[in-house]
Design a binder for this molecule. Structure first.
Ligand SMILES: Cc1cc2nc3c(=O)[nH]c(=O)nc-3n(C[C@H](O)[C@H](O)[C@H](O)COP(=O)(O)OP(=O)(O)OC[C@H]3O[C@@H](n4cnc5c(N)ncnc54)[C@H](O)[C@@H]3O)c2cc1C
Length: 376
C-alpha cells in the first residue's frame, strides 16, 4: 500500500507523538525516519520534563504534558521510567529571585504547584548542594523525568498496533505538489508514497524538508552537548538548574542512578555537526563540581552532541504551511521532549477537528515573533 491518510517525516518525539495521536483518531499513518527511531535530537536529550515556564500558553501546554507522561505507563503497558522528582531553579541573586517570584505568581494562577523555597528546604532536597551565594530556589515537585527511548518505543508499538506503519533507515528526498497541494514524496529507496497530508517533523533538518517543498521555515539547528556519569546511589531527586551565566542542568536518573547534564554554550554553535568537544568535557564537570563538590570522584561514562531546533523566539512551531496539506511541527528548542506529547495531540486535533483543545497562539506557524521564553 503506497497511499496513506498522512505521512510524517521524522522518527523523533514530535513525529511519533503526532503519528500516535493521528492513528488514535483513525488515520492510517506512515512515519518515515532516515536513521533509527530517536536517532535525532530525541535520543540525545537528558529527559527532563518541567512546567515552570514564563508564558501562559507554555505553562498550560507543559501541565498537560505532565498529565500525559503520568499516564503513559498504562497507555503503553510498559514503563517509561517516569519519575516525579521535581525541578529546582536556583537563585543566586536578588534579581533572579524576583524574576522567579514573578513567574511563580503567573504559574500558580494557572494551578501549578510551585513555590520559592529557602536554602534550608533546598538543602533538604539536595543535601550535597554548595549553598555559597544561594538565596533559595523555585521548586515544582510535580516536574519530572522520563526515558526518551522508552517513550519512543511505547509510541512506536502503539502506532503499529493501530495498523499504521513506520519505515526506518529511509530518507525522504523529494516532496511533490500539484498546484498548491501536497501529493506525494519520494524516498532514497526510490519508493513513492501518496498522501494529502505530509507532516514535517524532521527536527534539526526541518528547514531542509521545508525546502524540498519550496517552503522557507525559520528553523535553525544549534549544537548542544551532554554527558552522563556512572551510576551511584540515589542522592537527589530534582533536576537542578543554574542560570549563571546561561542554563546548566543536571539530574540523577531515577532508573540507573547516573547523573546526566548539559549547559547552554556561551556562543551558539549552528548546524548539525555531531562531534563532541574536549572543552565541554572540561567545563561541564567544573560546573557540576562548583555546585556539588563532593561528586569529584564520579566518573564520566559518555558524552555526546545533539541539537536544539530554534525558532526566533525559542518556542515551538505548529501549523499548516502555505502549501495545502504540508504541515510543520518543530522548533522546540531544549523543550521538545517534554512538549512533544501535547504538541502531537494538538497537531492531530488541528488536522482532524480543525481546532485544538489547548490555546496555541504562542506556537502557531504564522505568529509574529515577539517575546522570548525567559526560562530557556
Ligand atoms: C543535550 C540536549 C539535552 C536536551 N534535554 C532536553 C530535556 O531535558 N527535555 C526536553 O524536553 N528536551 C530536551 N532537549 C531537546 C529535545 O531533544 C528536542 O527538542 C526534541 O528531541 C526534538 O524532537 P523532534 O522530534 O522535533 O526532533 P528529532 O528527535 O531530531 O527528530 C527528527 C527526526 O527526523 C529525521 N529526519 C530528518 N530528515 C529526514 C529525512 N529527510 N527523511 C527521514 N527522516 C528525516 C531525523 O533523523 C530525526 O530522527 C535536549 C536536547 C539536547 C541536544
Amino acid at each position: 500500500m503506497k497511499t496513506y491518510d498522512s505521512i510524517i517525516i521524522g522518527g523523533g518525539i514530535l513525529g511519533l507523538a503526532s503519528g500516535y495521536e493521528l492513528a488514535k483518531l483513525g488515520q492510517k499513518v506512515l512515519i518515515i525516519e532516515k536513521g533509527y527511531l530517536a536517532s535525532g535530537s530525541t535520543g540525545r536529550c537528558i529527559g527532563g520534563i518541567r512546567q515552570q515556564f514564563s508564558t501562559k500558553g507554555a505553562i498550560k501546554l507543559a501541565m498537560e504534558n505532565v498529565r500525559i507522561f503520568k499516564q503513559m505507563r498504562e497507555e503503553f503497558r510498559e514503563s517509561i521510567d517516569w519519575y516525579q522528582g521535581g525541578y529546582l531553579l536556583l537563585a543566586h541573586s536578588e534579581e533572579k529571585k524576583k524574576d522567579y517570584l514573578n513567574l511563580i505568581r503567573i504559574q500558580r494562577e494557572l494551578g501549578l504547584k510551585v513555590e520559592f523555597i529557602p536554602i534550608k528546604e533546598v538543602l533538604k532536597l539536595v543535601p550535597l548542594l554548595n549553598p555559597d551565594g544561594l538565596l533559595g530556589a523555585a521548586y515544582c515537585p510535580q516536574d519530572g523525568q522520563a526515558n526518551p527511548f522508552l517513550v519512543i518505543r511505547g509510541y512506536a508499538e502503539e502506532i503499529k498496533r493501530f495498523g499504521s506503519k513506520i519505515l526506518t533507515h529511509t530518507k525522504v528526498v523529494k516532496i511533490s505538489t500539484n498546484g498548491n497541494k501536497v501529493v506525494s514524496l519520494l524516498t532514497d529507496e526510490g519508493d513513492k508514497y501518496f498522501s494529502p497530508l505530509i507532516i514535517n517533523a524532521a527536527g534539526p533538518w526541518a528547514k531542509e524538508i521545508g525546502e524540498l517543498a519550496g517552503i522557507e521555515l525559520e528553523l535553525e539547528p544549534e549544537c548542544h552537548e551532554a554527558l552522563v556519569t556512572e551510576g551511584i546511589d540515589q542522592l537527589f531527586d530534582p533536576m537542578v538548574v543554574d542560570y549563571r551565566p546561561r542554563g546548566c542542568y543536571f539530574q540523577q536518573l531515577f532508573a540507573t542512578g547516573q547523573i546526566i547534564g548539559c549547559y547552554t554554550p556561551e556562543n551558539p554553535i549552528k548546524g548539525t555537526q555531531s562531534s563532541s568537544s574536549f572543552n565541554f568535557l572540561k567545563e561541564m564537570p567544573k560546573r557540576l563540581l562548583n555546585l556539588m563538590p563532593r561528586l569529584s570522584e564520579l566518573k564520566v561514562f559518555r558524552q555526546w552532541t545533539g541539537w536544539y531546533t530554534m525558532t526566533p523566539d525559542g518556542n515551538p512551531v505548529i501549523g499548516e504551511t502555505k502549501i495545502k496539506g504540508f504541515w510543520v511541527i518543530g522548533g522546540a528548542s531544549g523543550h521538545g521532549f517534554m512538549f512533544g506529547p501535547t504538541l502531537g495531540k494538538c497537531l492531530a486535533e488541528l488536522i482532524i477537528k480543525g481546532k485544538s483543545s489547548l490555546p496555541l497562539d504562542e506556537f502557531l506557524l504564522d505568529r509574529k515573533y515577539k517575546k522570548k521564553e525567559a526560562l530557556k
